[in-house]
Design a protein around this ligand. Structure first.
Ligand SMILES: Nc1nc2c(ncn2[C@@H]2O[C@H](COP(=O)(O)OP(=O)(O)OP(=O)(O)O)[C@@H](O)[C@H]2O)c(=O)[nH]1
Ligand SMILES: [Mg+2]
Length: 265
């Protein structure tokens, strides 16, 4: 078995070292249909070792026309045993497209911890300060601890300038706050037929390398290629491994951030 497989055990045993923050908050952003919700589902599928009945992602065909994810909510991931959850939670936000996506100011509000679970995004403008879902004095536990940018490999070069600049703005804000960042490149199976048939070819595929190079200004060694669980109903080792490699770093970076903030505060 590849060495990465042990990450699965590491994540099962992972615990936060501080009582001030009870869960690590991970925010996914990226274009519509990039595979954000599917990634959260895939993480769930990998951690549980079984199909998790696509509870969160949309399987609708018209992902191009509009976005489905409208409500803000962090998703918990079930661990073995009733009522037991991993100490990290994920949220993905409506696609960053031109007219109806979440406005960049609200993404910044999420990074800062100003938006509470249950808020429904208004594409016309950011959350009002008197809204019941507005947290006016967020602490470290309310903040995002790792920002994940999701790029679909087959459409990287087609991403509109508007979306590219919105994503840059969000990444800049995260950088200002010192929040660690990871970029995930989904849909690797869509750009390389070799990889589609044999996921192990991912590290030698020229096409994948090319796509990483197009990665919207992100250094190549910061991009994690993955194939989400989308049509498979059983787990596959190499799919699991790619997702675990990305997940392990997301969680470790988030944890480093929290420890760092507590230490310096
Ligand atoms: N072939 C392939 N299909 C994928 C992959 N990831 C996601 N999909 C499919 O792509 C479509 C869109 O995925 P979603 O996870 O809904 O995308 P999203 O980023 O959450 O989209 P919005 O919420 O609309 O912004 C779905 O039909 C998925 O099954 C992948 O790695 N490979
Ligand atoms: Mg979604």
């Amino acid at each position: 078995r590849p060495v990465e497989w042990r990450y699965d055990q590491k994540l099962k045993e992972f615990q936060l070292s501080t009582p001030d923050v009870n869960q690590l908050r991970i925010l996914l952003h990226g274009p519509i249909g990039a595979g954000k919700s599917s990634f959260i589902n895939s993480v769930n599928t990998v951690l549980q070792g079984r199909n998790t009945t696509a509870a969160l992602a949309n399987s609708a065909a018209d992902v191009e026309s509009h976005s489905f994810t409208v409500k803000f909510k962090y998703h918990r991931l079930k661990k073995d045993g009733p009522g037991s959850f991993y100490p990290f939670v994920f949220t993905d936000i409506m696609g960053l497209e031109q007219s109806m996506g979440v406005c960049t100011d609200d993404i910044k509000n999420i990074l800062d911890g100003h938006i509470k679970n249950g808020y429904t995004f208004n594409p016309a403008g950011p959350i009002e300060k008197d809204n019941q879902y507005y947290n006016s004095s967020p602490s470290l536990k309310d903040r995002v601890h790792c920002l994940v940018s999701v790029l679909p490999a087959h459409k990287i070069s087609l991403t509109s300038d508007k979306v590219v600049s919105k994503m840059k703005e969000v990444r800049q804000k995260a950088r200002d706050l010192g929040i660690p960042q990871v970029t995930i490149m989904t849909m690797v199976d869509e750009v390389c037929p070799l990889v589609k048939h044999d996921l192990e070819k991912i590290y030698t595929s020229k096409k994948i390398k090319e796509k990483c190079r197009d990665g919207l200004g992100v250094p190549m060694n910061c991009i994690y290629p993955v194939k989400n669980y989308s049509e498979e109903i059983t787990n596959y080792l190499h799919l699991d491994v790619l997702i675990l490699v990305a997940l392990k770093d997301i969680i470790m970076f988030a944890n480093d951030y929290v420890e760092d903030q507590i230490y310096t505060e």
